[in-house]
Design a protein around this ligand. Structure first.
Ligand code: SAH
Ligand code: DHB
Ligand code: MG
Length: 216
């Protein structure tokens, strides 16, 4: 830890959450319906969604690519930060999750601004044009991150935003014997990020740790 950092703990994160605008009724309903439908609650934290919206607004993003839709929570949050005519293209492998997300997106205030693309990200991303997005958010299988990052560095324009979830590996980053098999690939990805010369990036400790990068 650098001397300039205040040691933060659970108390600080509760404080941050309490001082950030949380979910509106629609997103709270979406989460309840997703949980009732057997979809795991692994969406981003509300305060993390808020930071993502701020960053999207700062870079005046119009086009966003997301890898990992789940129930559509982060896609809807990001779409809300886009101007009229903006679009989120979000990729989901699981057809039931894609169906759920499409139903809820259609009922949301950002219906028409989100396109769910079905299939494995490794097949969908190569179909997207170079320089066709202002921002990307990676939040799917962690073993795929190196490939998804390479693809997103092609798809996102210079000066664009690259966000990557789960730098803290589901809270198991420092576990000696992690139970989740995605911890190892997440750790490997974390080692690569600072050496990725095409990006300036830093881990922001909101939610499960969010990599925030800007394409040079
Ligand atoms: N971004 C969402 C959470 C995504 S959870 C939110 O914050 O609201 C990760 C999602 O990635 C899961 O729904 C999972 O089905 C999907 N996924 C896993 N592997 C994938 C792959 N290879 N291609 C596309 N999606 C994948
Ligand atoms: C899991 C995946 C995520 O992307 C996340 O943010 C939290 C948990 C998981 O697979 O358990
Ligand atoms: Mg995640």
């Amino acid at each position: 830890m650098s001397d300039q950092s205040t040691p933060v703990g659970a108390e600080h994160f509760r404080y941050i959450a309490a001082h950030t605008a949380g979910d509106d009724l629609f997103l709270a309903d979406l989460k309840r319906a997703a949980t009732a439908g057997g979809i795991p609650g692994i969406w981003v934290a509300p305060e993390q969604a808020s930071l993502m919206q701020i960053l999207l607004r700062l870079c005046r993003a119009r086009e966003v690519v997301e890898v990992g839709t789940l129930a559509g929570y982060s896609a809807i949050a990001m779409a809300r930060a886009l101007p009229e005519g903006g679009r989120v293209r979000t990729i989901e492998l699981d057809p039931q999750r894609a169906d759920f997300a499409e139903r809820w997106i259609a009922r949301s205030d950002v219906a028409g601004r989100i396109e769910v693309m079905r299939g494995p990200a490794a097949e969908v991303l190569p179909r997207l044009d170079a320089d066709s997005a202002d921002a990307a958010f990676l939040d799917a299988d962690k073993a795929g991150y190196p490939l998804y990052l390479a693809e997103c560095l092609r798809i996102v324009r210079r000066g664009g935003l690259v966000l990557v979830d789960n730098a803290f590996a589901f809270g198991q980053l420092f576990d000696e014997h992690p139970t989740d098999r995605e911890v190892a690939p997440m750790r490997e990805f974390n080692e690569r990020m600072p050496r990725e010369t095409a990006l300036q990036s830093v881990i922001v400790p909101l939610g499960d740790g969010l990599w925030v990068g800007v394409k040079r």
